[in-house]
Structures are given as C-alpha cells and as structure tokens.
Write a protein that binds this ligand. Structure first.
Ligand code: MN
Ligand code: MN
Length: 470
C-alpha cells in the first residue's frame, strides 16, 4: 500500500510546477518516437533548401496537393502548394471554417549554416587544388576542418541549362575536407582566440593533388580537376560565376546513444521543425481552420532576399489566396495565429554556466515554447503576449502534449533571433516553438527523438484545434 501523502506533499503537487522527463511521462514514447524519426532521418539527407523543396513536392503531390492557381476559390479540404524559386515552399490545407476566420501558420526554415563557394572558387597552391568558400550563417570556423564534406548545389550555364551537383553523398563517391595544422607545430595557433584559430580565408576545400600530364601547361592540378568536372557536368571555370554551390558535412543522419534515444545529424536547425510541421500539415485531415505551413530560406543570414521571411513573398501569396474570397490579407492575418518553429539551445552540463536552469530548455522534456528570443534587453524579438501563450498552452494541455519553456541561455551571454519577429510584422499573433538541440550550428547537432515526435504532436494539435482566438 502506498504511503499517505503529507499535507505539504499534497500542497506541493497542487501548487508547484515540476517538469518531468518524457521517459517518466510515457515509457512507451521512445518506441513511437523512433518510428517517427525514421522518416525524419530520410528528410535530413536533404542538406540544402533546394534539396528540401525538391524532396517535399513529390510527397505533397502523393497527398493530393496541387500547384497554387491564382484566382481560384478553394473549398474546404482542398490542398495546394506554392514553390518560391525552388528555395521556399508554402503548403495549404483549406479548413471547414471560412478563410475570413483566420489561418493557422507553422513556419520553419530549411537553410542551415554551411560553406558557400565564392563566385571564383577554384585555385591551385603548392600543387594542390582547392575551392575557396565564404561561410553562410553563424559557425565556429574551427569545427569545419578535418571532417568529411560533400558538395551540393546548382550551376546555371550560359546556354540556359542548369546542372545539379551532389558529390559525396552516395556510396562510393569521393569526399572532401579542409585541413588543419598538426599539434606539433601549432604552438602559436593554440594561443589564439577560438575565433581566430581558423580564419575565413583558411576554409579552403581540398579537391585534388594529381596533375594533368602536359609539360606545356601551368597549374596542372587545377586543370585536371576542371577537366573532370567538365566531363561529369559539362561545365567550365566561368560557369562558377553563375552557380550556388556549397560544402556541408557528408555524414548521414544516425541514431546516437546506447539507448538510441537521440538523432545526430547536420542541419537539424531547422530541418527538425520543418519535418515536424511538414508531417503535421500532411496529417491534418479536415481541419477547422485553414493551415498554412511555410518552409523559409535565408534564416541563417538574417532572412533577407526574396526567399527569406523579411521578403513580402508570404504576404503577397496570402493576398493572392484570400482575394479570391473578396478578402484582404491584413484582415485575415490579424485573426490568424502563427507558430514560428525553430530550435532552441538545450542545457548542456559541459557548459552549464551558459544556461539559467529555471528558464532554459532540456533534452527530453518535450517541445520548447519560447515567449521571446532576441538579445540584451529583449532587443530584436517578437515577445508573445500572455494571450498568445495562453492560447497555445490551452491547446497543448487539451491534447495532452507535454512541453517546456525555453530562453536562449543566460540573459547577458549573447542571444539570437528567429523569424518570429518578421512574421509578427504582419500584425499576426506569433509564438516560437521548437526542439531543444545540443551543439546547435555545429556540423553535428543532437536532438532527442521524443522531443522531435512531440513537436509533431504539438503542431498537429494546433492545426486540428477548433478553438478560436479570443
Ligand atoms: Mn533556426
Ligand atoms: Mn540557426
């Protein structure tokens, strides 16, 4: 027989919040989450925004989505998508209630930190050939040396054709890397601050050391690799001028830990939220409110450009969609609500001093809802209102989805923003939700499978809820 609870124990249970590990909440969860994450691992094999869009569209078509038609008045249950330049994607399921009642948004980003090629990347030094890169997004540069890299992207040729490039992902493909100095000679290097241990202009990708056998040419190694690229892709060195190529970690997404409770992979920021909201979008059957799932580009560099969330493309698309009903986008947006789905930093005991444990997120405690992000005195952030937090909270509690709050580390340690600030510009109630990540922005990021699965459950509950905003 269980011991009777004391008065204080009873009161504590009633009045105090005690966060729980998901394993205590539901011991069966890891099995369900692992099954869900098999699809997530396949999704993670798409390592650039273009690859994510290319991968997602055929799946949308299988699920009955068609390409958006301007001027068409869509009815309940209709599903369609809008592809912005192959780099951003909007997916819609029309709800049973009139579009005038507002939409349910789930917005994530599908670009991740990486090494972009410079426009004139190819050079030879010391009889070795290299590609020069310009890093994209916030990275610790020293993390990108001595790891296997693969090359991805597209080259637009002068004749109007384009070639897709992907080397280093298939079994048997060659791999690439950036070299580092041996410790024996690194006395001076090791004295430098971490930001200078490896500098931007040292992020050169080694691509070959075998010369083209001809006495009469100089830069024989460079010529030899260019000849190989020409044979495989029909490109010349000038074609790099109109290309978007990059290097990313070559390793495949994998189960991590003896208990296989985690996923280790490149690009989980923010493919984890993209995948969870993608699955919720596909599984939202006959929702009350119209759902709009958005994959945005350029988040890692500030969302500028016409495929990023600082652009008007989302607003313009909404205008095109709702004008068929004789509605104005701004009137629909003020009645809508948006989940800005992006990762947050999980407390890492190895760097415990960076976190404030009452308000930071933990691995395996469920999706993390962030009232605000930003830095310093709450600069550059959407700060979700008590009403918006309360609205989401009531949906999650009703659907019995465990969740946690999260602030990005200690107040004065730094900070960072999400696209929530750009979305709320449209007078749209917005709140951040995501998955806690260890080693965020590193070439290998760690998430808990159960958090990934419960983010999907959270977004699905949000999409399926018939609860109207006050
Ligand atoms: Mn992100
Ligand atoms: Mn990021």
């Amino acid at each position: 027989m269980a011991e009777e609870q004391s008065k204080g124990q009873k009161l504590a249970e009633e009045l105090l919040r005690k966060p729980k590990n998901l394993g205590e909440f539901d011991p069966e969860l890891l099995g369900k989450a692992s099954e869900f994450c098999e699809g997530y691992k396949r999704f993670l094999c798409n390592k650039t925004e273009r690859e994510v869009v290319d991968y997602s569209i055929p799946i949308l078509k299988e699920h009955g989505y068609t390409e958006f038609e301007m001027g068409r008045k869509y009815g309940p249950g209709d599903k369609f998508y809008y592809n912005n330049r192959g780099k951003a994607l909007i997916m819609v399921t029309v709800g049973k209630r009139p579009v005038a009642d507002g939409l349910r948004f789930g917005v994530s980003h599908i670009d991740s930190p990486r090494l972009d090629f410079k426009p004139n990347p190819l050079f030879e030094d010391t009889e070795m050939a290299y590609f020069k890169t310009h890093y994209y997004g916030g990275i610790k540069k020293y993390q990108w040396t001595t790891i296997p890299l693969s090359l991805h992207g597209v080259v637009k040729k002068c004749d109007g054709t384009s070639v897709k490039v992907c080397i280093g992902e298939d079994e048997g493909d060659p791999l690439f890397c950036i070299t580092d100095l041996l410790p024996h000679l690194a006395r001076a290097q090791m004295e430098k601050p971490a930001s200078k241990v490896v500098e931007g202009e040292q992020l050169n990708i080694l691509i070959g050391c075998w010369p083209f056998a001809d006495e009469k040419v100089s830069e024989k190694v460079k010529l030899n690799v260019m000849a190989m690229l020409n044979e495989k892709y029909g490109i010349t060195e000038s074609d790099f001028l109109s290309a978007e190529l990059c290097a990313v970690p070559a390793y495949k997404p994998h189960d991590y830990g003896l208990d296989r409770s985690m996923i280790g992979a490149y690009g989980q920021d923010d493919s984890v939220c993209a995948y969870a909201s993608f699955m919720a979008e596909l599984d939202a059957k006959d929702p009350e409110f119209t759902t709009m799932t958005v994959f945005a580009d350029k988040e890692e560099t500030g969302s500028d450009g016409n495929t990023g969330m600082a652009s008007l493309f989302l607003k313009d698309f909404i205008e095109d969609f709702v004008s068929a009903y004789g509605l104005c986008a701004r009137h629909v947006l003020m009645k809508s609500i948006c989940l800005s789905a992006d990762v947050n930093a999980a407390v890492d005991p190895a760097f415990g001093e960076a976190f404030e444990r009452n308000n930071c997120s933990f691995l395996n405690r469920g999706p993390v809802v962030s009232k605000y992000t930003g830095s310093g005195g709450k600069y550059s952030t959407n700060d979700a209102s008590a009403e918006t937090m309360g609205f989401l909270r009531s949906i999650l509690e009703e659907a019995n989805v465990p969740w946690q709050v999260g602030e990005l580390g200690k107040v004065d340690n730094g900070g960072g923003g999400t696209i929530a600030a750009m979305i709320s510009v449209h007078n749209l109630d917005t709140v951040d939700i995501g998955v806690p990540v260890l080693s965020m922005h590193a070439p290998l990021e760690i998430t808990s499978k159960s958090d990934v699965y419960l983010l999907y459950k959270a977004v699905l509950a949000f999409y399926m809820s018939g609860k109207a905003k006050e």
